[in-house]
Design a protein around this ligand. Structure first.
Ligand SMILES: [Zn+2]
Length: 259
């Protein structure tokens, strides 16, 4: 490992240390917002992650996935078939959680997850150190990690799958400054890039506080309890929801893939 990579790794590992899990005595998965759960789970990962849970792309182009060819292909039947494998390390209960998340796409979009046979491009769902995914279709086998200890929750599975479909975090949208204020004073400068705006295709949809892709308000905070993201003008709007896809999340998938 080069010194530069090691340094980056250390910086990334520091990202989520300030996010204690609040529900250790409560198994209810709705008690913790998705990003808190994801960032907590990624505490010890040795993967190079961007924005907490995105695998660093192999090429610069991957970050421009929206405009490039890194979407999954639609077949003549109008369905976007995405082959996948699931690690045998998952229990049948965990596989059921993954399966039920996939059913959300099957029932409301033209995305169809199918067990891989010999397709070249596919998603390999693995029990690695953290919850993370590549952005969009990257070509060949691409890992979507759901650590068994902290990531096999309905909302987290949806969040990571949405990354694999090509969706970025909602608060990095190009127009986000009209809807949220980033409190840079509570963000370690070394982590600031996690809040940089991206050149996103917003698909003519409104900014969506309720997106499953939106960070929680204290994501990456350096000071416990202090917001790094504050909705504007109404600071009390809930962000970082934890239950599942919003109406707009679904609409965007259908728009991006022409369902
Ligand atoms: Zn994410």
């Amino acid at each position: 490992m080069t010194p530069t990579v090691s340094l980056l790794l250390l910086l990334l590992l520091g990202l989520s240390r300030a996010h204690p899990l609040h529900d250790e005595e409560n198994e209810d998965e709705d008690d913790v917002d998705i990003t808190t759960r994801i960032l907590t789970s990624n505490n010890a990962t040795d993967e190079i992650l961007l924005e907490g849970d995105l695998l660093a792309p192999k090429t610069r182009n991957a970050m421009k996935c929206w405009y490039q060819s890194c979407q999954w292909k639609k077949g003549n039947n109008g369905l976007v078939t995405i082959p996948f494998t699931v690690s045998s390390q998952f229990t049948s209960w965990e596989k059921q959680k993954i399966d039920s998340a996939m059913k959300v796409y099957h029932s409301s979009t033209c995305i169809r997850f199918v067990p891989r046979q010999n397709e070249y491009d596919y998603i390999s769902i693995e029990n690695r150190a953290g919850c993370f995914s590549a952005l969009g279709r990257v070509g060949g086998r691409q890992v979507l990690s759901l650590n068994r200890q902290g990531c096999v929750y309905h909302g987290v599975v949806l969040h990571e799958i949405n990354h694999a479909l090509g969706f970025q975090h909602e608060q990095t949208r190009s127009d986000r400054d009209n809807y949220v204020k980033i409190n840079w004073e509570y963000i370690n400068p070394q982590n600031a890039y996690n809040f940089y705006k991206q050149n996103t295709n917003n698909l003519n949809t409104p900014y969506d506080y309720s997106s499953v892709m939106h960070y929680g308000r204290t994501a990456f905070t350096v000071q416990y309890g202090r917001d790094t993201i504050t909705p504007i003008p109404n600071p009390n709007v809930q962000i970082g929801q934890r239950r599942g896809m919003s109406r707009w999340d679904i609409i965007r998938i259908n728009a991006l893939y022409g369902c």
